[in-house]
Ligand binder design. Structure first.
Ligand SMILES: [Zn+2]
Length: 352
């Protein structure tokens, strides 16, 4: 509905409804509809029956093993949110191999296929849907017992909507976010590439809120339920929620070692690392982050990875861990051009 259409009807009373909106979005809606001093009614955001937990991993393989074992041992219907079509397909296939009925769901499927997955899930004929963000709009299945995320969310708004699909019957439901630290650097890279300055700024705001949420518990203890409520402009009266890992500690299954007999996809191992004489051993975690960053940049620029940066330079960066632009320029393989184009992103990766 446009302001012009409202005017053409002689400005009747206007009611705007939305499922989830933080204060800035509410303001934006009122502004776009040219509402003058609107009465705003906001429902509660606290969902005390959702048990929230977050866990950060240094590498993808461990994260994926953990995710697979978590889903296998879960009970009842659930949704796993992943970032890419490929990950959705692979995880669904691994789950089926492990005896869990699962379907992938993503925008690469036809409308008919997507409808079939949705119907099968709603009817209870398939226990798990592995989905990209495309799944869940209009899904009202009250008995979803868990929602897991395999990536840090792009925003709290999106995360809240997705976990909000769990436990609608009021019974307890588990919402676990498993993420890899290197991925937030990738997200930062893509935000930096956004052309429109306002859009980019909004991207950064969402990024910082979401990163703070994912990192809570690592030094900055701040109840996750409270963070969500505060994000939507609500201040809870309680001090601890009793249902998040910051308040009550990590669930046992997250603390336990992953032991798996089921087949797990492992990425092909990379060539042995050659460390130049006189350099400290590279930081493996940082090297993995740099590799992930490099492949994202290469993919986006449609060039081979070594054009972005060769292996020796990545290893040198992971060994020397430059902390400033000056130090960065001292790393073998980093010329003026590379320092200018990638300097900020590399330094952000080193800072972690
Ligand atoms: Zn809490």
């Amino acid at each position: 509905m446009s302001p012009a259409a409202i005017k053409a009807m002689g400005r009747p009373p206007v009611l705007a409804l939305t499922a989830t909106a933080a204060p800035p979005v509410r303001k934006q809606i009122a502004h776009r509809l040219e509402m003058d001093d609107p009465a705003v009614v906001v429902g509660g955001f606290d969902r005390p029956n959702l048990n929230l937990a977050v866990f950060a991993f240094a590498d993808d393989d461990t994260k994926n093993r953990r995710l697979l074992s978590h889903v296998r041992s879960s009970r009842g219907p659930g949704i796993v949110y992943v970032a890419t079509h490929r990950h959705a397909e692979e995880l669904a296939s691994d789950l089926n191999t492990a005896g869990v009925s699962a379907h992938p769901y993503h925008a690469g499927l036809s409308a008919k296929q997507r409808r079939e997955v949705q119907d099968t899930f709603l009817a209870g004929d398939c226990r798990v849907v592995v989905a990209t963000i495309a799944f869940g709009m209009g899904i009202d299945k009250p008995d979803i017992r868990w929602v897991s995320h395999a990536e840090a969310p792009a925003s709290i708004d999106a995360y809240y909507q997705e976990i909000g699909r769990a436990g609608r019957d009021g019974e307890p439901a588990d919402c676990v976010l498993l993420w890899r630290k290197a991925d937030s650097a990738l997200l930062a890279h893509f935000i930096n590439e956004v052309q429109d300055p306002e859009e980019r700024e909004r991207g950064w705001q969402r990024y910082h809120v979401s990163k703070r949420f994912a990192q809570a518990g690592e030094g900055a203890a701040f109840c996750r339920h409270r963070q969500i409520c505060r994000h939507f402009g609500e201040t809870p009266k309680w001090e601890t929620c009793g249902a998040c890992d910051v308040c009550i500690g990590q669930p046992d299954w997250l603390k336990a070692e992953v032991k798996l007999s089921a087949p797990v996809r492992t990425r092909k191992t990379s060539a042995p690392i050659v460390v130049p004489a006189g350099m400290p051993a590279p930081d493996e975690g940082l090297l993995a982050s740099l590799r992930a960053w490099r492949s994202a940049v290469a993919k986006q620029k449609r060039v081979p990875a070594f054009i972005v940066m060769n292996d020796n330079t990545l290893t040198a960066l992971a060994s020397l861990r430059p902390r400033s632009e000056g130090e960065l320029r001292g790393v073998p393989g980093i010329g003026e051009k590379k320092a200018q184009v990638y300097g900020e992103e590399i330094l952000a990766l080193v800072r972690g």
